[in-house]
Design a protein around this ligand. Structure first.
Ligand SMILES: [Zn+2]
Length: 382
């Protein structure tokens, strides 16, 4: 495949057309933390920059930051920094039950053991510092209360490591919903989500999931999330079972008025149709597609699908991340660490002919466009 075929960027929305030159010194000033002391990685060196709407912010657990402040590296839109051990055990059991259903398939989950790394602040600080050195400017944590996500832990982790962290919120999927969700109306769920958005330092809805085929209760949650999205402007990133029901998720969110460009349909790397028909349909509607389990054995089957989407002009709709959840991937354990999307996966795209400029656009610009929103209404505290 010719380089020129994949390096041309599709026309951007009008507000993104302004290109600024941000100097290295400016990036360091905007980041304004110990991050600046790290060597700025290769990915930060592209000079094109996007323009965001007036007043747009990315809401991290410590403060709202202008999207321009995160131009110094990749933003990973779906990772996990705080999941409880108990939740991981439930997740493993649920996943095994799903795989045991006739007609279902997928790789088994790696082992989960105590001591559980996401409860070890010192270890996680080291992992974040390593990720900063490898080119990561910000990480979105895809957890929420159902998963035992601990906001205080995320704040301490961000403060001590210098890594800007965006906390997700919402509800995961039916097998893991808190019991009240079954009784609550759509309006009650929206109300609770808006309470969290007003009182907690959360910055995106996610991961919001369907466990297998979308259930009526999951549909209720998706509609409630959609209504809360309209009220807040924050982006929504989803969990699908390896891409299953991807179109339906977007349909439900759009049915309550959510604009597709506020939505990232997740775990689509499971869809390896080389024509990428489902993914093209999602991109054509203006939503993002999340290739968010990158940096591992499934990369090779996803590269051709991503190349097809780039050739079709959908570079602005791609988001990459790794859904980091397992201890063997830690630097401490000899694994690639939290930056594996950039250090392991991105080189495979370079090798396939994707230009530096396109990679920068996908890894640095797209996630900031997805996360940036203009705050509406009053907030209480942080
Ligand atoms: Zn996840």
């Amino acid at each position: 495949m010719k380089r020129s075929m994949v390096s041309s960027l599709r026309a951007r929305p009008e507000w993104a057309l302004v290109h600024l030159l941000i100097s290295r010194r400016e990036i360091l000033r905007l980041i304004g933390s110990s991050v600046g002391a790290a060597v700025l990685p290769r990915i930060a060196c592209a000079t094109g920059e996007i323009h965001f709407p007036t007043g747009a912010v990315i809401r991290t657990v410590l403060k709202d930051v202008p999207p321009e402040a995160l131009a110094g590296g990749a933003t990973l839109f779906h990772e996990h920094l705080s999941i409880s051990y108990d939740f991981m055990m439930k997740l493993r059991d649920g996943f095994e039950a799903l795989l045991a259903t006739p007609g279902r398939q997928g790789p088994a989950l790696p082992p989960v053991a105590r001591p559980w790394f996401m409860e070890d602040l010192g270890l996680m600080v080291e992992e974040m510092r390593a990720a900063i050195k490898e080119g990561i400017a910000c990480i979105v944590d895809g957890g929420h209360p159902d998963m035992g996500r601990d906001l205080q832990f995320l704040k301490q982790l961000s403060t001590r490591s210098g890594m800007p962290i965006v906390a997700g919120f919402g509800y995961y999927a039916q097998p893991f919903y808190p019991p009240q969700i079954a009784q609550w109306s759509e309006e009650q769920i929206t109300h609770e989500l808006l309470r969290q958005a007003r009182t907690e330092p959360v910055g995106a809805f996610g991961e919001i999931g369907t466990w297998d085929v979308m259930t009526p209760t999951e549909r209720k949650v998706f509609r409630a999330v959609g209504k809360a999205q309209l009220a807040t402007g924050m982006g929504v990133f989803t969990h699908t079972n390896f891409g299953k029901g991807a179109i339906e998720q977007l349909d439900v969110l759009e049915s309550v008025g959510v604009k597709p460009d506020r939505v990232a349909i997740g775990h689509v790397g499971g869809l390896t149709d080389l024509k990428a028909e489902v993914l093209r349909a999602i991109c054509k509607r203006g939503a993002y597609v999340g290739f968010d389990r990158q940096g591992g054995p499934s990369d090779s089957t996803q590269v051709p699908v991503i190349m097809a989407l780039l050739e079709a002009g959908y570079g602005d709709n791609l988001l990459f991340s790794s859904d980091f959840s397992f201890a063997p991937d830690l630097k401490r354990n000899g694994g690639p660490g939290y930056a594996k999307t950039v250090t392991v996966f991105a080189p495979k795209l370079r090798e396939a002919g994707v230009s530096e400029r396109t990679l920068h656009s996908i890894l640095v610009d797209n996630p900031r466009r997805f996360l940036a929103f203009v705050p509406k209404g009053r907030r209480m505290g942080n």
